[in-house]
Design a protein. Structure first.
Length: 321
């Protein structure tokens, strides 16, 4: 009698058809999840994109177009090609305004950066009190117009408390905002007073990212505070400092409101910064085409300065490893 041998049923190896189906279902679930996250992100980004397009992108494109036209709001824009740019190149007031603006930027950025860095380092090394940080930030909470008016009263030659103190000390009164020599440095220092706290807190945030172990190791090796500042703080703070410099330089080139409420470009155009000259051409003389051309020139200058600063300071690289 012959007994038929039966072979055991074959089994699918792990990772076969069933495993492949599981992987496909997992991938589809991940795809649906990513699509859902993408739609949610688009909902949150949409208001910012609309604001950017309506208040930045479209005005920029419109301004570039108007820079090639003659336009005064009362008649349709008339295409004139490069006439506005040729006029700008031969306009001595434009170049004088550019020189005044560069002088303001040099004073403002130099004093503000050094002062903000000193305040940030003191906050990091001596105290991290939230109260002191709030006090440092207080001037920034005041608008530029209010700050300008307050300092206009303080520095008034005849009635200002600042000149009263100077006169009380036996010195001659100083026409801070009425003298060609004093006007731009005074406006620059007013804006330093207002913005230095905000800049200091940005640098302070960068300092907080530096590991404290590096300072402790340096102290063990006998390094002084001055040596630690130059060998640890400055190299590791460089990317943050570079970004802060880019932001402050761009903001300084756009100074307008402080000049408008204190000197109105005077005396004798000594404070006629480029933004104020552009404003006068557009809304004072209704030369919107020429004002747009100067605005485009300022945009090109700021773009070039930003790219140069970014490369020279290596803002995209960090020494923290």
């Amino acid at each position: 009698m012959t007994i038929a041998s039966s072979s055991p049923p074959s089994r699918l190896p792990l990772g076969g058809a069933e495993g492949a189906g599981t992987k496909q279902r997992t991938r589809r679930a991940q795809t649906r999840e990513n699509q859902g996250d993408g739609r949610l992100a688009a909902v949150f980004i949409a208001p910012a994109l609309l604001g950017f397009a309506a208040f930045l992108l479209w005005p920029t494109l419109r301004g570039i177009y108007l820079s090639f036209t003659r336009f005064n709001l009362l008649t349709p824009a008339q295409w004139v090609g490069l006439d506005n740019y040729v006029r700008m190149v031969h306009d001595p007031i434009f170049w004088d305004s550019m020189v005044v603006t560069v002088e303001y930027v040099a004073i403002n950025i130099g004093v503000q950066t050094v002062s903000a860095l000193a305040i940030a380092v003191l906050l990091q090394r001596l105290t991290q009190s939230a109260v002191l940080r709030g006090i440092v930030l207080t001037p920034y909470l005041m608008s530029n117009v209010v700050a300008g008016i307050v300092w206009l009263w303080i520095l008034d030659t005849q009635l200002g408390i600042g000149n009263e103190i100077i006169a009380g000390l036996g010195a001659e009164r100083i026409p801070f905002l009425a003298d060609e020599t004093w006007a731009i440095p005074t406006i620059a220092l007013i804006n330093v007073w207002r913005h230095v706290g905000y800049t200091a807190l940005l640098l302070f945030a960068g300092l907080m990212a530096i590991p404290n172990d590096m300072y402790e190791a340096a102290k063990v090796d006998g390094a002084s505070e001055w040596r630690m500042f130059w060998r640890i703080t400055m190299p590791l703070l460089r990317p943050v400092l570079a970004v802060v410099l880019i932001m402050t330089v761009i903001g300084s080139f756009q100074v307008f409101d402080t000049v408008a409420v204190t000197t109105a470009g005077g005396p004798a155009n000594a404070t006629n910064v480029l933004q104020y000259y552009i404003y006068g051409a557009a809304f004072g003389r209704f030369q919107f085409g020429y004002a747009s051309a100067m605005s485009v020139a300022l945009l090109v200058v700021l773009s070039a300065i930003t790219v140069l600063q970014y490369r020279l300071t290596r803002a995209g690289q960090s020494d923290l490893g």
